[in-house]
Write a protein that binds this ligand. Sequence first.
Ligand code: G3H
Ligand code: ZN
Length: 277
Amino acid sequence: MKIANGFDIMNYAKRHGIMLPAFNTTNLEMTYAIVKGLNKAELPGYVQISSNNLRLSNPDVITYITQQAMKDSDVPIALHLDHGKSYEDVKACVNAGFTSIMIDASHLPLEENIKEVQRAVEYCHFYGVPVEAELGALQGKEEDIVNEADCKTDPDMVADFVERTGCDLLAVSVGNVHGLDLTPKVDLPLLEKISKVSPVPLVMHGGSGIPFDIIQKARQYNLLKVNYGSDLRKAFVSTFGVGYEKNHNCASVIELSIEAVENVSKKAEELVKIINA
Ligand code: G3H
Ligand code: ZN
């Protein structure tokens, strides 16, 4: 199967009442694991990579790896730029074959956020690629993005932000946090308020650590995409940690990598199934 277009997978999910997980990858192993896990669950989702995680590879490499992984896929999977840092990153990913894009300018003042998103939308829509934007800011640490400010999304700003930017997905800050160090306290009434005024579906970042019943309840509030990074990274890193603890002379990267693919795919399968239970 080819990498699915972002608009197509969103429409597919809406038609079938499915919540789309967006699983963060860094490398070949995690990408293969995510595709494997989604296929084992027989449910769609995203492979996504942040600008920060593209430092060791590049958009062309990640697209190629995902295309290879998709050869055996029977479920639709889109390739998404997560927390896109710049217009240059957006263009590079679209040109490489990414089928969905986030431009994350939520750390900028509102008008600059809007301008950055408008620019990305202009480019991406020309190539039929949807754009995710963020209004408000999440606490916590997402690799290189550290944010102390707990700046929740203001429902009164949502409609205007979406109209003016033309974004197709809106990432919200409703008490969700990045990473595993802080405890998420998702404010469902706030999410409900936002869902009533947002013209586009919503995205929950910081999926790791959010109780599953909260995610399942949030589906009724037009939540379409849930991002999971730390849970999968932990499954990957702990495979090598356990392997090394067992045998400090262990040097079989291939055996540990194969085991890591298995562990990450199991985690991905578990997550996509439970949020769609
Ligand atoms: O964009 C990626 C996600 O927001 C990852 O968050 O590491 O808390 O699952 P998480
Ligand atoms: Zn995030």
